[in-house]
Design a protein around this ligand. Structure first.
Ligand code: URP
Ligand code: ZN
Ligand code: ZN
Length: 495
């Protein structure tokens, strides 16, 4: 057989083009692209007829929390393991994830943390995977390990301007930016002003305002906007590339866009929760007033349609480089390590400040965004796959369909008009007892997911057909998007 798989009759959509092309796959790689009817399908071990539907590069989700300890408020522990999280990923069309390797403040070494994450992921993943370091303590040991991280294929890290367990001071942020820049690492920044939101929280609690919706009240847009502006200022001082993660607020997006217009290497990410959820979802009064906890994440979903429109606009006009899930799953009912771990006799309907921050969304990211029909198809591919690959050093092995070069990671969608249904938690494959997107209508879903030439999801057939352990660690190179503007080392005396 000349080919392992040929996908016929598809409309191949990449970040740059849409064309009616058949895709031939051999040994896990894209082998040939040809106009419909040219390839001899009798020479393929397997043929899939896409029936005129879109065929896109496999999704790349570069913001995923799996098996993480309590870091994001209260006693919450991620409910998804590498096994269940990556299982859910492929069933929603995501073939590569980048999860966090979290260093808590008391841990000196990043390499030790990385080793531990490798041992938990190896042999357990359904999707290909990598790690960003999550730097809780930029101590001298940790900073000295940055060159080794790059050698190990880890070329990005995340830092926080909030959360008691993780918040860095501005001088610590400068230490990270300085060292990252020197070694070609991209710094991801969680931009919320922790001191301001803590103060707001104290004031709300003094007034006995504890319900989940006050999570949003404690974090008005200015909390995010100020921190975003400060992060950009620190990065500009250092001439270091940054990515502002999970941007929720159009006013923060304005600062980002302005810095990009000035030519700074400032990138940004948003997530489906900032396109589909609002403060009203946190104000839901079911379950004795606690139901809104299902949507508590940081930054919080904003007020309404105008905010959503601002974020969609930022996706369309290129302010946002990537659309990730920020999948940070906690069980709702679990009273030990889930959302309900904050319930107590003293606070029978909870206390927003102790609700673990984060929501699941790894499987719904692509179908919800595709179904919204608000992005041109090439832009959809760009922000859900191609740009992620470029930004985080995976391109063109991932995020592209270049013959002889790219892994055969693909999603085959349904022809238009075939699907119209509400999302239910029962149809998802994560290890979470709810989805914040319950009932939302989708008009498409990955019909097949293909990872390195193997069909791993066959929705109309046996569903999940991938294997635990098939997912491989992917060693990443440096970002191929523009980095520092100057070549020379940072020189403090030049100021
Ligand atoms: O609420 C969120 N976003 N939880 C995940 C942790 C983080 O900051 O990304
Ligand atoms: Zn964050
Ligand atoms: Zn996150």
């Amino acid at each position: 057989m000349d080919f392992d798989l040929i996908i016929t009759n598809g409309l191949l959509a990449t970040a740059s083009d849409i064309a009616p092309l058949d895709v031939a796959i051999k040994a896990g790689k894209i082998s040939l692209l040809a106009p419909h009817g040219v390839l001899d399908t009798s020479k393929a071990a397997k043929v899939i007829d896409a029936e005129g539907a879109y065929v896109t590069p496999g999704g790349i989700d570069t913001h995923v929390h799996l098996e993480e300890p309590p870091l994001f408020g209260g006693k919450g522990r991620s409910s998804d393991t590498f096994e269940t999280g990556t299982r859910s990923a492929i069933c929603g069309g995501t073939t590569t994830i980048v999860a966090f390797a979290p260093q808590a403040k008391y841990m000196p070494s990043l390499l030790e943390v990385l080793k531990d994450c490798h041992s938990r992921a190896a042999g357990n993943c359904y999707a290909d995977y990598s790690f960003h370091m999550l730097v809780g303590s930029p101590n001298p040991t940790a900073l000295s390990e940055f060159p080794q991280l790059v050698q190990e294929g880890i070329t990005s890290l995340k830092i926080y301007m909030t959360y008691e367990a993780l918040q860095l001071r501005d001088d610590q942020i400068l230490d990270v930016l300085y060292t990252s820049r020197a070694h070609g690492i991209t710094t991801m920044i969680h931009a919320e002003n922790g001191d301001v939101l803590n103060w707001m929280t104290r004031k709300l609690e003094e007034r006995q305002l504890f319900a989940p919706v006050y999570h949003a009240t404690s974090r008005p847009q200015i909390v995010e906007t100020e921190a975003t502006n400060r992060a950009i200022a620190l990065a500009e001082l250092m001439d270091a590339p940054i990515l502002i993660v999970h941007v929720s607020s159009p006013s923060a997006a304005k600062h980002i866009r302005e810095s990009q217009t000035r030519g700074l290497p400032v990138y940004a990410e948003t997530c489906p929760q900032y396109l589909f959820l609002t403060r009203a979802d946190m104000a839901k009064t079911g379950d004795h007033g606690f139901e809104g906890a299902k949507c508590v994440c940081s930054p919080p979903p904003r007020d309404g349609v105008e905010d959503h429109e601002g974020i969609w606009l930022g996706l369309r006009n290129g302010t946002f480089t990537v659309l990730s899930s920020d999948h940070c799953p906690f069980m709702y009912e679990d009273k030990e390590k889930g959302k309900k771990s904050i319930l107590s006799p003293e606070h029978p309907v909870g206390r927003f400040a102790g609700i673990p921050n984060g929501i699941p969304g790894i499987e719904t990211r692509l179908p919800l965004t595709m179904s919204a029909n608000k992005l041109p198809m090439t832009k959809f591919v760009e922000v859900t796959a191609t740009n992620a690959a470029k930004l985080y050093g995976l391109y063109p092995r991932k995020g592209a369909v270049l013959p002889g070069v790219s892994d055969a990671d693909l999603v085959i969608w349904y022809p238009e008009g075939r699907i119209k249904e509400g999302v239910t938690n029962g149809m998802l494959h994560h290890n979470v007892d709810y989805t914040p997107f319950e009932g939302r209508e989708v008009t498409n879903w990955p019909r097949y997911t293909v990872l390195r030439g193997e069909v791993v999801w066959d929705r109309d057939g046996d569903g999940l057909v991938g294997r635990k352990g098939y997912g491989e660690f992917v060693r990443r190179g440096k970002s191929s998007l523009p980095g520092p503007r100057g070549e020379e080392e940072f020189d403090v005396s030049k100021f």
